[in-house]
Design a protein around this ligand. Structure first.
Ligand code: AMP
Length: 394
């Protein structure tokens, strides 16, 4: 794919797709502006070269409705505090009024457009909508890594309606790091997967079985694998309709010679709200109890595998880490990954939150800005948004 550095930008108008889907509180204050900051290298580069920049993003899920609580205005205000140039704001992302503002925008200035998802055509990948988005733009630059797994109009269809389409620095950096996991990773390669659902992670596990030496499973998803082996998992969260697939993945891992680790002990309690928990190391999980974290023996095993690895990919918590009695497993994995000298890539809101909670975020090679996008990249080795940029070059 083309890089933003390949574009001749002087006096050109650029439609810059970013992921400004920031968390807001009830009063619409931005709780964390990391996603805005992540786009600044590309935005600064475009402005330094005299481009006129139309910045577009989605925010939340307004589902095609114009809902004021999903307006990007607070984001535009925050952006204006972060860069020296004035930041304009358009009340829509398409239409005559917006185009008038775009045409009038002076070189090296920014116009933030209103939420793309105020139009249902965005998520429908509608070609006419995509064409309208870039009617006044020469180039398209995608720096919205967190949205690249969505074939939406501003990510996919849009590339057909510009002279050139390129990746911004954030997208390039994410893809470079993830390629080091999926293409010829330095061995041993350990993948750590957790979270509630196996169903979300089946494609990624399937691909990792072909690449990884060790797959470490934690979180509720482990219990679907145990149920697939006919073990009594008590009240643990199990996706019953996925047990056949889980059994098939276990067989595939065995055939491929991959070490597929499931917890060897479990922190169990009556519910995730309980404040007392106990550790058990064999099945059945007692009736009325559910497994809510990996136990200390599992932590020891996983820590050793992590210490030994040269490449690490981690997505998903090892337990209900939001509650203190069930956070130890996730905390321990965060510390182990941070303590490793391997290439480490961590994605997913929960795993990233655990790193910040432990204060070890700076010890990770790469924290992905897209949990879903990074998982899908590891599963499919491309994404609709990346594919669209590559197709444009053909
Ligand atoms: P996911 O969105 O699939 O990555 O799942 C993240 C959620 O899984 C977090 O909110 C965790 O609290 C939850 N979770 C992790 N382990 C367990 C478990 N053993 N039982 C119930 N929920 C879990």
């Amino acid at each position: 794919m083309l890089s933003v550095q390949d574009l001749d930008l002087a006096d050109k108008a650029v439609f810059l797709r970013v992921d400004f889907n920031v968390p807001l509180d009830e009063r619409r204050n931005i709780r964390n502006d990391a996603r805005i900051r992540a786009a600044l290298p590309t935005l600064g580069y475009l402005l330094d070269r005299g481009a006129r920049v139309f910045v577009a993003s989605h925010l939340g899920r307004p589902k095609g409705r114009r809902l004021p609580e999903f307006s990007l205005k607070p984001v535009a205000d925050r952006l204006s505090e972060l860069i020296p140039q004035p930041v304009g704001f358009a009340l829509d992302c398409i239409g005559e009024d917006v185009e008038r503002m775009e045409v009038a925008l002076p070189p090296a200035q920014v116009l933030v457009l209103e939420n793309l998802r105020f139009h249902a055509q965005e998520e429908a990948n509608d070609a006419e909508f995509a064409r309208s988005l870039v009617r006044r733009a020469d180039f398209y630059v995608n720096d919205a890594f967190g949205a690249c797994h969505r074939a939406h109009a501003s990510v996919e269809a849009v590339t057909r309606f510009v002279k050139a389409a390129a990746a911004g620095f954030l997208v390039e950096k994410e893809v470079d790091y993830l390629n080091r996991v999926v293409r010829d990773p330095e061995k041993p390669f350990a993948a750590i997967l957790g979270g509630a659902k196996v169903s979300d992670k089946i494609p990624v596990i399937r691909n990792l079985i072909r690449k990884a030496d060790d797959i470490l499973i934690g979180g509720a998803m482990a219990y679907t694998f145990f149920a697939a082996q006919g073990l009594d998992t008590g009240r643990s969260l199990v996706e019953r309709e996925k047990t056949d697939l889980a059994a098939e993945l276990l067989r595939q891992a065995e055939t491929a010679g991959v070490n597929f680790y499931l917890p060897q002990d479990h922190v169990v309690a009556e519910s995730a709200e309980a404040d007392a928990a106990e550790v058990i190391s064999s099945f059945p999980i007692p009736a009325g109890r559910m497994a809510l974290d990996i136990g200390p023996a599992t932590v020891d095993t996983y820590r050793k595998v992590i210490q030994h690895a040269r490449t690490i990919f981690w997505n998903g918590p090892m337990g209900v880490f939001e509650a203190d009695p069930f956070a130890s497993g996730t905390d321990a994995v965060a510390l182990a990954v941070a303590g490793s000298t391997a290439l480490s890539i961590v994605g997913g809101g929960d795993s990233v939150a655990a790193l910040y909670k432990a204060g070890v975020q700076d010890k990770i090679s790469h924290i992905s800005t897209g949990g879903g996008a990074s998982l899908e990249y590891v599963a499919n080795e491309t994404l609709p948004g990346i594919q669209a940029l590559a197709e444009k070059l053909k």
